[in-house]
Each structure stands twice: as C-alpha cells, then as structure tokens.
Design a protein around this ligand. Sequence first.
Ligand SMILES: *Cc1c(COP(=O)(O)O)cnc(C)c1O
Length: 383
Amino acid sequence: MSNNKNLGTKYIHAGAHPDPSTGAIMTPIFQTSTFVQSAPGVHQGYEYARSQNPTRFALEEAFAVIENGKYGLAFASGVAATDAVMRLLVPGDEVIAAHDMYGGTYRLFSKVYEKMNITFRYVDTSNAEHVANAITPKTKLIWIETPTNPLMNITDIAAVAAIGKMHNCIVCVDNTFASPYLQNPLDDGATIVMHSATKYLGGHSDVIQGCLVMNDSELRDQLYFIQKSTGAVPGPQDCFLVLRGIKTLHVRMQRHCENGIKVAAYLRQHPKVSKVYWCGFEDHPNHAVAKKQMRGFGGMMSFTLKDDSIEAATKVLSSTKIFSLAESLGGVESLINHPASMTHASIPRDIRIANGLTDGLIRLSVGIEDVDDIIADLAQAIG
Ligand SMILES: *Cc1c(COP(=O)(O)O)cnc(C)c1O
C-alpha cells in the first residue's frame, strides 16, 4: 500500500492563503454576486460570482492539492460534477460505465443522456478485460467508481487508465467512497477524478457539493467553460464548509478506517450474517488490487443476513440507535441504509438483483463514534 505520510500537513494547508486585504487566516465567505470595476473591464480578476468567487477558487485549489492534480473545479453537487463531464460529449458518442455504480449516476446516464443519443455500455469494470472488449471507435469516456456503491467491488484504476490512453478515451474515476486519503486516481493515470464532496470531503453531513480534478489544461478550460455556462456552481458558504472539512480529512479517515476494520470483523463472525462486503478482507475477490491502489479500506461496507428478506433487513434498519437510517455517507456519524429502497431505488429490480444487489442488502457508513458503541448498536439491532 502506498504510504500516507504528510497527508495531514497537505490537507490543513491546501488552498490556504491569508486574505490579502485583512490577513484573515481563514478564507472569508465572499457572499457577493458581483465585483465593482474601476473602469469598464478594469477589475481585480473578479467580475461576476458565477465565473469567479474567491472562496470557491480557494476550495478549487484545495481540491487540486488533495488529489495531486493541477486543476480543481467545484460544483453544486456531485451529480452536477458528473453532468459537467457528460457535457464534453456529443450525440453519437459512447460511454463505458461500471455496472454497479451509484444510482444517481446511473439515473443521469440512462434517463437524461441516453435520450440525447449517447450510448452506454455497462460492464463489470473490476475485470479490465471487459472494459477493453467494450471499446468501440465511438467510445469517448470510461466512467468507473471504486470501491463501488454498495457492493465494494474494486476496479484496477491503472489498468483501465492504460486502456483509456490506448484508445484516446477520457477515464473518469468517482473517488467518493475512498476519498483522497485512501486513493489518488490521477497518480494511477486517470484523466479526471470526481467526488461527491457531500460525503468524506465535507465530512459533517451539512453540505451538498461536487468536484472535479484534472491535470490537462485544455480539459480544465473546457470544463471551466461548462461550469460557468451551465451554472451549477456552489455558493461561497458551502465552499467554506468543504474547505473546513478538508482540514480534518486525515484524522477522520484514520478513525473511519480503524472503526471499519473492527465493524467488518464483528459482522463477519456474526451467526446471523451471511456475507460482508468489504474490500479489506484478504479473501475479497479484488483485495490485491485494493491493497495496491489504496492506503486503507475505509468505513464503507455492506452485509446481508442469512434471512435475506426485506422484512429481516427492515427490522435491523429500524432498530439501530446510533446508526441513523438515512441516505448519504462519509459524515462523522454512522449511517445505515437500505440500497434497494433508498439510494438504488432508481435502478430496475431485475438489473439490481443481477448485479448482486439483493432486497436484503444493508449498507453501513461507519462513523467515528466510539467503536464499542457502534458494535453494541449493531449487536442489539441484529439480535
Ligand atoms: C453521493 C454520491 C454521488 C452524487 O453526489 P451528490 O453530491 O449527492 O450529488 C456520486 N457518486 C457517489 C459514489 C456518491 O456516493
């Protein structure tokens, strides 16, 4: 596993410059829509806040720093960031996408972009050969998510990035589940890394936001043009919250990882649990790849009960006291979720089941509370 030395120093100082007008150590929340010009076209680099906002620019710099990229862009949500990437395409283009990715990404692709004559081929990207076999001369984008949501499948980023490079395709990695603390896809050759900053980057379940990071300046210019032309920018207050969240990402992630190891081990030995999906287990089918490209395994996991019915799952989901039943993940507090009826309800049932996402599957976002309390809560809920 690659080392995580000095990540803390990097996160605390990413994008941080004392405010030039006052010396304020924290970037102020520039709650303004416009900027005064001294003569037409004479200004300080800021004209109108959809195009330029100092709080957003500080955050965009931080995004680039924490993902080892050159350029960061912030969006009003993770989905808006994904949408911006899709707008690089034209009718007739083809996309290869992971077959078990985030439900909202699938909905955007299948319900919004399919009717614009973009063709999607959904494959099991954990096998890079499947990606290579799905490429056609029209393929322009390969969209992967690793670990996947909620089955924790792992895709070899370097292998897929190499395939993309060979065929001149953009390879975009949704890095939301791992966070930059565990994995940096640009280092493995990806073209773009995307995050729902709503999750681990914000870290406190109090903001909706998305980001893109890339190294290519031409691509950055295209995506910046899309950002300002389509207007899905985050407000300055939200940018401030994510800037603040990033400063503790390493401390939170350390604890998410420690708690994740213990909770996964607890569930695995539980007599009522049939299967635990967590990429840290040595017998996880993609464990070797996870170990190669990640620095740890995080706090996301899913499990099924031996009684894989909606009724049995519902009992667990409604009985937890520390875990709150809610969509989303990556906050300091533990969340429990039922993908079939919540986050992944937009995926047709037959497709869901074929991909292994059963009616009884339960997903956990293990928070950073005291792990004994987390485990005791699961114990009483599973019974
Ligand atoms: C939440 C999430 C998204 C969408 O992000 P929003 O901020 O909710 O728009 C995309 N991908 C993954 C993996 C997510 O968990």
